[in-house]
Design a protein around this ligand. Structure first.
Ligand code: NAP
Length: 251
C-alpha cells in the first residue's frame, strides 16, 4: 500500500511535536519544511528541507512535482506570508490542507496588558519617558526599536540580531525556550524591567515571561495576530492527527 505523502511547513514547537508523531506512523511519508531562519535548527524526527519555494506558485509546483497528498501549515502564528502562500497553494492544487496554530494567550487576573497591532505600534506605545523594556519579539523586527532610542532595552532572540539596532542602551541575550517563570522573574528584576513587549504567540514554551510580569506587576504590551487565512485550523497536535485521519482515512 502506498504511503500518504505529507508536506508540513514548520518552524514551531508544535510542528516538531507533530513531526515526531508522524514519524512514528508507518502509513505516512512526511517531509518537514523550514524557512532556514535559525542558524542551528533543533533536531527533527522527519526528513527536512530548508528554504523558500518561490511564493504560492512555487509551493504549488513543489506539491505537484513531489506528489504530496496533504499540506499542513504548522508555521508560527506571526509568519503571515507563508500561511497566505499555503492557503493559496492548496487552492491552486486542490489538495487537502489545514493549519496547526496554537491558541493565543488571554489575560488572567493580575495581568496588566496593553494591546498593540504591530511591533511598530508596540514601540510607540512605550511612551516618550525613558523606560526599561524587555523586547522578546525575535530578531527580525528588533530594529523597530530604533524609533524610540531613549529607552533601555533587553533584547532576547534565538540567533543574534544582525544588524543590531542603533540603540545607545541595549543589552542582547541569546536564548531559546522553553523558559521557566522563576528565571524569567529573575531576569526582569535584574534589569529593572518595567515593560515587556511580546507577540501573542500562544503556547507554553515562552509563556513564562507573561506569568513573571504578572507576579511582579509589570506592564505587558501584547502584539496581536494578523487575521489568519481561511483554511481549516486546529490548535493541538492530537487534533492535527485526528484531522489527518479525517481528511485521508486509512484504506
Ligand atoms: P514569513 O514572513 O511568513 O515568510 C517569508 C518567506 O519565507 C515565505 O514567503 C517563504 O518563502 C519562506 N518561508 C517561511 N516559512 C517557511 C517554511 N516553513 N518552509 C519554507 N519556506 C518558508 O515567515 P517568517 O515570519 O519570516 O518566519 C519564518 C519561519 O520562522 C517560519 O517557518 C516560522 O514558522 C518560523 N518562526 C517565525 C516566527 C515569527 O515571529 N515570525 C517566530 C518563530 C518561528 P517563499 O515565498 O520563497 O516560499
Amino acid at each position: 500500500m502506498s504511503k500518504i505523502r505529507i508536506l508540513m511547513l514548520g518552524g514551531t514547537t508544535e510542528a516538531s511535536a507533530l513531526a515526531k508523531a508522524l514519524a512514528a506512523q508507518p502509513r505516512y511519508d512526511a517531509l518537514l519544511s523550514l524557512a532556514g531562519r535559525t542558524e542551528k535548527p533543533a533536531p527533527q524526527s522527519l526528513p527536512t528541507r530548508i528554504g523558500g519555494f518561490g511564493g504560492a506558485e512555487g509551493l504549488a509546483r513543489f506539491l505537484r512535482d513531489e506528489k504530496f497528498d496533504l499540506l499542513v501549515d504548522a508555521t508560527h502564528p506571526f509568519a503571515a506570508r507563508i500561511s497566505q502562500n499555503a492557503a493559496q497553494a492548496a487552492t491552486i492544487t486542490s489538495l487537502p490542507a489545514f493549519c496547526l496554530r496554537r491558541a493565543p494567550w488571554h489575560t488572567e487576573a493580575g495581568d496588566n496588558w496593553r494591546h498593540a497591532a504591530s511591533v511598530q505600534d508596540a514601540i510607540a506605545q512605550i511612551g516618550s519617558a525613558p523606560r526599561c523594556v524587555f523586547l522578546a519579539i525575535g530578531r527580525q523586527e528588533a530594529h523597530r526599536a530604533d524609533a524610540a532610542p531613549q529607552h533601555h532595552y533587553v533584547i532576547r532572540s534565538v540567533d543574534p540580531v544582525d544588524p543590531q539596532p542603533q540603540l545607545p542602551h541595549a543589552h542582547y541575550l541569546l536564548d531559546r525556550g522553553p523558559f521557566d517563570v522563576e528565571r524569567e522573574a529573575e531576569l526582569l528584576r535584574e534589569h529593572r524591567i518595567d515593560v515587556v513587549i511580546t507577540k501573542n504567540s500562544g503556547g507554553s514554551a515562552t509563556y513564562a515571561k507573561i506569568a513573571a510580569a504578572r507576579a511582579l506587576s509589570i506592564e505587558v504590551i501584547m502584539i496581536g495576530r494578523a487575521e489568519a487565512p481561511a483554511i481549516p485550523t486546529v490548535a493541538t497536535v492530537d487534533e492535527a492527527l485526528a484531522m489527518i485521519n479525517h481528511l485521508l482515512p486509512p484504506g
